[in-house]
Design a protein around this ligand. Sequence first.
Ligand code: GTP
Ligand code: MG
Length: 452
Amino acid sequence: TPADGTDLRTPIVAVLGHVDHGKTTLLDHVRGSAVTADEAGAITQHIGATHVPLDVISEMAGGLVDPTDFDLPGLLFIDTPGHHSFSTLRSRGGALADIAILVVDVTDGFQPQTEEAIDILARTETPFVVAANKVDAVGGWRSEPNAPIQGRLDAQTDRVRSDVEEGLYEIIGDLSDAGFTADFYWRVSDFKANVGVVPCSAETGEGMPDLLAVLMGLSQRYLREAMAVDTTGPAAGTVLEVTDQQGFGTTLDAVIYDGRIDAGDRIVVGAANAPIVTEVRALLKPRPLAEIRSDDAFETVDRVVAADGVKIAAPELDDAMAGAPIRVVGDRSVEAVTAEVREELQSVAVETADHGVVIKADTLGSLEALAGSLEEAEIPIVHAEVGDVAPRDVHVADTADEAEHRSILAFGVDVLDDSRQMAADRNIDLFEHDVIYRLIEEYEEYVESIQE
Ligand code: GTP
Ligand code: MG
């Protein structure tokens, strides 16, 4: 560990992929075996994030991770629920995750959210590995729980192995179409230039040692320098979710990626209008092994050090936004920190035109991703905002003359009842989808249909 103030922080690993491809199961496996691997319970379960220490990773990875080869403290897996998980994960204009696992069901291949995840990974230049999951679902697969994958592939019949390989080569081909050269991870020597594909099963644990070894190796080799941070400085973090917590009111589920935060600290949080300046009333962490978000599962802690997940209770958080920055003021001036937060929010401010569509999204990150995709499709935006579709949005859309601009594109948000009625009355078209490019496709189909 480096001396004087700097420390090596835990790399942040995001897990992403198409619906039902096994993200949660994969994290459950990591959590579950980590708990069994370390009976003292060194593993802690945090808000939407799981911190797994190096010695536990090493134990889970069998012979594949020798702890003396590493000085990074472990891995912090981010597990945000819902479809917006990855686009929310931003920090200082870049990606919050240092590295990512793209989960692809080997029996199902690339799907819309796989493509969407790849787009975001490419845009944010986040290194990633592919977990080619559910190998055990291939007919005739013989399992050996938690074993490294190469031996398991060798142990299958020729037919089963060739069925699995067919799925794997398809994934490698799709990665190549998306602009990434990829190969089985054991053939990759430069993980920066090539994407490693790790065949695995989150269900049986086969290939999990390999996945952990690849993640650890990649982090140590390519991220170590970036992990040297001052963990005694004022914290910087990102809001994952704004939630109501009984007894605490509105709270923030957050990931702290720099510095430290103490109970009582003054903080600035990005919000819909002006940044919120408030004071931390309590820092909450799930009790070890407690179910995330179940009642009474939290205990208060005095301090959280990067990188880690935490639930922050403080007054006046109602307007806070998922994806927004959090800063501890420390001994800086509130004005300076507020300006920093405002600047960061403006950096995601979407370029708007005099004429165009109205867009709404559930988080800053998803708003940014949607706007980026619309720009690529050359669809102008007149108004962009985080939040549910409200009458105000219908009013804005109603000012447009061109039929194709009398449209609202809503990503992952609700449409308030009165706005739906109002939109119908005024001939405003509402497009709703949880997959960005589907949303855009639907809109483009509509535009084509009215131009015919
Ligand atoms: P969303 O959160 O809805 O996007 O899905 P997810 O990616 O988190 O998928 P989840 O982990 O919930 O898994 C979906 C289904 O696939 C569940 O029924 C799992 O039991 C199953 N599943 C996940 N991983 C595996 C695997 O490796 N093998 C098999 N056979 N089934 C799996
Ligand atoms: Mg899930």
